[in-house]
Design a binder for this molecule. Structure first.
Ligand code: DC
Length: 226
């Protein structure tokens, strides 16, 4: 079966996951949040006393790590680390920078690549991340680079953290986003960048519904209205 693959890349807080999940629901595609798999490895490093920036230490731990993705009855993506459901734990604010740090190691990226490609071979997918259009699915039918100003992303992230009951001051969130942007765009392996054939969508001045409509329009155009 030939599957349809929609790749959405962009920096932290651009609204990728919320939008991708909603659009996947409308189109009946599987939504794959690839940040969650890097967060799972970051969480492992954090809880096992490993420095997430230490490539040798993190790489040496990989053979003892099993990362699985499961779709619950709620239809949501759950992450399993060595069989334990870590879906909620990987969202803690301290795991974000750990995930960004471990994701810079080539061994970590290689370790997680096939599971992402396998999902896209088996399902119509909307997959979001940093390197989906450039590395994971370079021949995806639709590629979108979703972005927004740093300040807009920090404001949205503050609201999200508040909603989760883990509020953080705006200045701190802004600094963390800037640090993650720098890490994610400056690493040697699979840095965040817009694929040449990706459509740029800047949501700085768009609300949720306008962004969703814009995404759906791009997908319809690129897939011939399918
Ligand atoms: O999307 P997120 O914020 O949950 O991702 C967490 C980190 O994982 C992010 O800072 C960079 C990394 N990541 C990556 O390197 N490649 C991906 N495809 C997705 C995420």
């Amino acid at each position: 079966m030939k599957t349809i693959r929609v790749a959405i890349d962009g920096p932290s807080g651009a609204g990728k996951s919320t939008l991708a999940r909603a659009v996947a629901g409308r189109l009946g595609y599987l939504y794959v949040d690839t940040g969650a798999i890097y967060r799972t490895v970051g969480y492992y490093a954090h809880t096992h006393g490993l420095d997430p920036k230490d490539g040798a230490a993190v790489s040496a731990a990989l053979p003892g790590i099993t990362v699985e993705m499961a779709y619950g009855e709620d239809g949501l993506q759950h992450m399993l680390l060595n069989g334990e459901d870590v879906t909620a734990a990987i969202r803690l604010p301290e795991i974000s920078l750990c995930a960004s740090a471990v994701s810079a190691h080539p061994a970590v990226r290689a370790f997680l690549l096939e599971m992402q490609r396998k999902l896209a071979r088996e399902h119509d997918v909307i997959m979001d991340g940093r390197d989906i259009g450039t590395v994971v699915l370079p021949d995806a039918e639709v590629k979108i680079f979703l972005t927004a100003s740093t300040e807009a992303r920090a404001r949205r992230r503050c609201l999200e953290l508040e909603g989760r009951g883990t509020p953080q001051p705006y200045e701190e969130v802004l600094r963390e986003i800037q640090e993650r942007d720098w890490n994610d765009t400056h690493r040697d392996t699979a840095p965040l960048r817009q694929a040449e054939d990706a459509v740029l969508l800047d949501t700085t001045d768009l609300g949720f519904q306008e962004s969703e409509a814009a995404l759906l329009a791009i997908i319809a155009e690129r897939t011939g209205g399918a």
